[in-house]
Design a binder for this molecule. Structure first.
Ligand code: IFM
Length: 410
């Protein structure tokens, strides 16, 4: 039996574009239409059904819920802020609070308003001030009801998929552009961190908890050779810690502009260098099938011990850590529960080693639009019927609910 701390946050996460539906002012919407990729359409109709979804959340004993605000709804045209959409998100937050569920609010989760994307998106030097103007509007108006803010979700994934691999809009494949974007996102976070704290002081509210949600992976050397070990070590340093180091360096106060570290952990990469070279050091993975390991339905390795290793490697920052995402897409729900159980087991072990962990948010509350992969991958503890929008609670959700209720993992 493993016991979690009393005030541990338990819940699940979503993001606006993946669940709300009809985000017509968003760059992804325009991109889907242009390239004919999977269309998000009505997604889960969460925009309309959030009260119903939060009843489910409550019935599952969650005491926290992470969701994101859609910038393109709040500011559909540059400088024109929508009071109606602000009211919508206030209603969402109040609906959570009414049920005694702590809201964790993400300000940027991959998507941008069309006007912003059209004018160079995150490459444009004005991107930081544009993002801050949006943050100012949202945070000032919602601060009274929110304690936890995530400024940017998975900056490293956003940069790599949108600016290096050309997989997501704006489909760039440029190291130079990716470097600019990293620069701007790092500054956007540092400044937003300061801004959010300033707003709370001005409004006489107690200090907020602000972080990013950093995607982290486990990097396992293939065959344990020296070159693969070295590459795995370097890759973990750059991929897992690079952005964290970047924001701490860029901050003139020289302290981490984070009140906690939010991490999203899913999988591992097996590192196997083909030859020595910068590209190889960054990208080469083992393509042989000799590592027998269970996989999710997208083919990602399931490796719970990796979460433990990453948690221990983050201990040096001496900050509380929150698991802001961890989850599996699978058509076998028993595999989902096994995944949750095993990751929670390793979280307990890390806590025993002195890592301070304050919460666990499963990705995702419900099946949703998995970006360029569409609706096929099923990450939810709640099943969505995309024809009727009927929600069905999966068995894994009920088992997880027991842990949320008791704080005990059996
Ligand atoms: O669906 C995504 C989410 O938007 C960000 N983190 C990873 C999830 C699964 O790929």
């Amino acid at each position: 039996m493993r016991k979690f701390p009393k005030n541990f946050l338990w819940g699940a996460a979503t993001s606006s574009y993946q669940v709300e539906g009809s985000n017509r002012n968003c760059d992804w919407w325009q991109w889907e239409k242009r390239v004919g990729k999977p269309q998000s359409g009505n997604a889960c109709r969460h925009y309309q059904l959030y009260e119903h979804d939060f009843d489910i959340v409550k019935s599952l004993n969650h005491n926290a819920h992470r969701f994101s605000i859609e910038w393109s709804r709040i500011e559909p045209a540059e400088g024109k802020f929508s009071k109606k959409e602000l009211q919508h998100y206030l209603n969402v937050i109040l609906a959570l609070k009414k049920r005694n569920i702590e809201p964790l609010v993400t300000l940027h989760h991959f998507t941008n308003p069309i006007w912003f994307a059209k004018d160079g998106g995150w490459i444009n030097q004005k991107s930081v001030e544009r993002y801050l103007r949006y943050c100012d509007f949202v945070v000032r108006n919602l601060a009274k009801h929110v304690r936890y803010w995530i400024t940017i979700n998975e900056p490293t994934i956003f940069i790599s998929h949108a600016y290096l691999f050309g997989a997501w809009p704006p489909q760039e494949k440029s190291l130079l552009k990716a470097t600019y974007v990293e620069e701007h996102l790092a500054f956007a976070h540092i400044k937003a961190y300061g801004l959010i704290h300033k707003i709370y002081k001005e409004l006489n509210l107690s200090s907020p908890q602000v972080s990013i949600a950093q995607n982290v992976m486990s990097f396992t050397p293939c065959r344990n050779s020296l070159k693969n070990r070295l590459a795995a070590y370097l890759r973990a340093k750059v991929y897992n810690m690079g952005f964290l180091e970047r924001i701490s360096m860029g901050n003139i106060l020289k302290r981490m502009p984070l009140d906690f570290i939010g991490i999203n952990y899913y999988s591992r990469q097996v590192v196997a260098l083909k030859k020595l070279g910068p590209g190889n050091l960054a990208m080469d993975v083992c393509e042989k099938k000799h590592h027998r390991i269970a996989k999710n339905s997208l083919g990602w390795d399931i490796y719970p011990k990796g979460l433990y290793d990453v948690l221990l490697s983050l201990k040096k920052y001496n900050l509380p850590i929150m698991i802001t995402e961890n989850g599996i897409c699978t058509d076998k729900d028993s595999q989902r529960w096994e995944y949750i159980h095993d990751h929670l087991r390793y979280i307990c072990l890390a806590m025993k080693k002195g890592v301070k962990i304050t919460g666990y948010l499963y990705w995702s509350l419900m099946d949703n639009f998995e970006w360029d992969k569409g609706f096929k991958p099923r990450f939810g503890i709640v099943d969505i019927n995309y024809k009727t929008y009927k929600r069905t609670i999966r068995k894994s959700a009920k088992k997880f609910a027991e842990v949320c209720r008791t704080g005990v993992l059996r």
